[in-house]
Design a protein around this ligand. Structure first.
Ligand code: AGP
Length: 609
């Protein structure tokens, strides 16, 4: 997600802003910029790429002044470019923003009709124009900002400056974090604590629907509607590195806990709840092409390949389209029969995985239509695909993929509903229920995350094991694979995921008291079959850890450990079932003392064969 820093005080603003942005670099970004009052007006400097480019720009063409703001952009709308970099100016107003404005196109059309012209592809720029429009209409900067905030739908935290009211910056928070730093004769605002720690540990966190006017003399808080707010400052004790992890011990744990918000951000602006439909604006221009598709080949690697195995169930059951799933490294060398009615869909967090990219290119060369599901805007795979659906998980810093996985599954679910409705094979009543279940999912994920202490206890009991077996059926078989991959890649324990029905065809020979067996047992159409497999394991002394939305005395009898989770429709259960497995892998890795965020031999993005 984007990085925000703002400053009002007695120092030169430029160095403070650059230092603050450097402390936020870990969040990932593709461009950066600053806006500083230089006595006469506000001047803006922006650059693509690393912060060093912005630093060079400011060396070549310095900006002096003690009021300013800075931003590092993680692109969500509009490719990485100088024109799309923040801050965005309109008339007297300059704005930086973190989040997604869902109704920006409507606002853009409304403002264009008033003669406004836009210089970027971003959703952010409409905020600058809205505030400026209200100021021209006679409002003060604060009044205009409040009026503009009332028009915005979506996730937004903003910092704004206005040339007609120097010496202050305004900030507002809705969904994405804003923290205010309190100094002596100087005050700060940022998207995250690390940007402030050089200067102050005295902070105030804004809540959703709150804003602040910041001057060097002080900070006044209010609601968007103007109700005054008083809030006691907090004292931050974290060191800078801990602060980058939001207070969590590892990025991996932070990202596991970010999944409710990541799922919300990935479905944001795409749900038509009343119509029981999904709007995917980014692919709608290819509607006729998609209507002609008769077969889908999903290609990916690692965890992304597991999300494809889940996606196969979604697309076949909801959109009635035959789907095959292949590793990127396999598909690229296969001579698969491809035609224009084939869609090759590449799924990738980084958008840079060499085998997945090569598979997509091979499909395209063979005449297939191509699509990407990706978490990094304008990376290699989306640039090569005919169309892209972006997940909005934000930067994933830990090598082990967690929030990228659950948002990939979310995106595949959205695509399946969209295609099913478009093809007339998914009725509105069913679809509305599928969408309502998705809307409820983030809170259910939070409920599973609340089992963290139980799972940590289980991890300590079984963390010494040398082998693990994970069993799942149907749409949860891919989660058995994912749970095994998470464990092996961060704890270095050998682990295998298997279809539960395959037990008798070999793996049952492995069962003994030394090997924990994780069984995924949602109350779904194959529950009784998987329960039978559990009993086969138990009869041979296996130590079962069961993940289920249907705990019972019978299960307590058979399993050594029971991890209860909430229930949802059987197609979405894989997301809820995955969370305990991520936490189990994490706590076992911590127990074994491995390098949780940077496991040995692994890279975050495998950009070579
Ligand atoms: C999963 O935890 C690993 N980090 C790895 O398997 C990863 O999923 C795979 O390399 C694919 O990466 P991508 O999603 O960036 O294409």
């Amino acid at each position: 997600m984007c990085g925000i820093i703002g400053y009002v005080g007695h120092r030169e603003a430029a160095p403070v802003l650059l230092q603050g942005l450097k402390r936020l670099e870990y969040r990932g970004y593709d461009s950066a910029g600053v806006a500083i009052f230089n006595g006469g007006g506000i001047e803006v400097r922006r650059s693509v790429g690393k912060l060093s480019n912005l630093e060079q720009l400011l060396r070549d063409d310095p900006l002096h002044g003690s009021v300013g703001m800075g931003h590092t952009r993680w692109a969500t709308h509009g490719r990485p470019s100088e024109a799309n970099a923040h801050p965005h100016r309109a008339g007297k107003v300059v704005v930086i923003h973190n989040g997604i404005i869902e109704n920006y196109l409507d606002l853009r059309h409304e403002l264009s009709a008033k003669g406004r012209t836009f210089s970027s592809e971003t959703d952010t720029e409409v905020i600058s124009h809205l505030i400026d429009e209200y100021i021209i209409g006679g409002m003060t900067f604060m009044q205009a900002t409040r009026a503009a905030l009332q028009r915005l739908q979506g996730a937004f935290s903003i910092v704004a400056e206005c040339e007609s009211e120097p010496g202050k910056i305004l900030t507002a928070k809705n969904a994405t974090p804003i923290v205010i730093g309190l100094g002596e004769g100087e005050n700060f605002v940022a998207s995250d604590v690390p940007a402030l720690l050089e200067y102050t540990r005295k902070v105030i966190f804004l809540d959703d629907g709150e804003m602040a006017e910041i001057t060097r003399e002080g900070v006044s808080l209010s609601t968007f509607q103007g109700e005054p707010i008083t809030r006691e400052p907090r004292h931050i004790t974290w060191d800078a590195l801990t602060a980058q992890k939001g207070g969590y011990k590892h990025f991996l744990l932070k990202e596991i806990h970010e999944q409710p918000q990541a799922i919300i951000d990935t479905m944001r602006g795409r749900l038509l709840v009343n119509e029981g439909d999904v709007s995917l604006g980014e692919i709608e221009q290819h509607a006729e092409v998609l209507d002609a598709i008769k077969r889908i080949t999903l290609v990916a690697c690692g965890t992304a390949w597991h999300s494809c195995l889940v996606g196969k169930f979604f697309l076949e059951e909801l959109a009635r389209i035959p789907v095959e799933v292949d590793y990127g490294s396999e598909f690229r060398y296969r001579r698969s029969p491809i035609s224009p009615d084939t869609l090759v869909l590449a799924v990738s967090q980084s958008g840079e995985t060499a085998d997945t990219l090569a598979a997509l290119e091979g499909g395209k060369a063979g005449g297939a239509r191509t699509m990407a599901i990706c978490n990094v805007v304008d990376s290699s795979i989306p640039r090569k695909a005919d169309m892209t659906i972006y997940t909005h998980a934000g930067p994933e810093m830990s090598v082990a993929s967690t929030k990228a996985f659950t948002t990939q599954v979310t995106a595949l679910y959205l695509l399946a509903v969209h295609l099913g409705r478009r093809r007339g094979v998914l009725d509105q009543v069913t679809s509305r229920k599928l969408i309502e279940d998705l809307v409820n999912l983030p809170n259910q994920v939070r409920e599973v995350l609340s089992k963290d202490k139980l799972i940590e206890k289980i991890a300590k009991k079984y963390g010494h094991a040398r082998d693990f077996l994970y069993l799942g059926r149907g749409v949860n078989y891919p989660i058995a694979l994912e749970g095994a991959l998470k464990l092996k890649e961060i704890s270095y324990i050998h682990a295998e995921g298997y279809p539960a029905g395959e037990m008798k065809h070999g793996p049952i020979a492995l069962i003994d008291e030394q090997m924990p067996v994780v069984v995924l047992l949602p109350k779904d159409p194959v529950y009784s079959k998987t329960l039978s497999n559990m009993k086969e394991v138990e009869a041979r002394g296996g130590r079962i850890i069961v993940v289920t939305d249907a705990p019972s005395p019978e299960l307590e009898e058979i399993a050594w450990e029971v991890i209860p989770i909430p229930t949802t429709n059987y197609l979405l259960m894989p997301i809820l079932v995955t969370i305990p497995l991520q936490l189990l892998a994490y706590h076992i890795a911590v127990y074994r003392g491995t390098d949780v965020d940077q496991p040995r031999n692994l890279a975050k993005s495998v950009t070579v064969e």
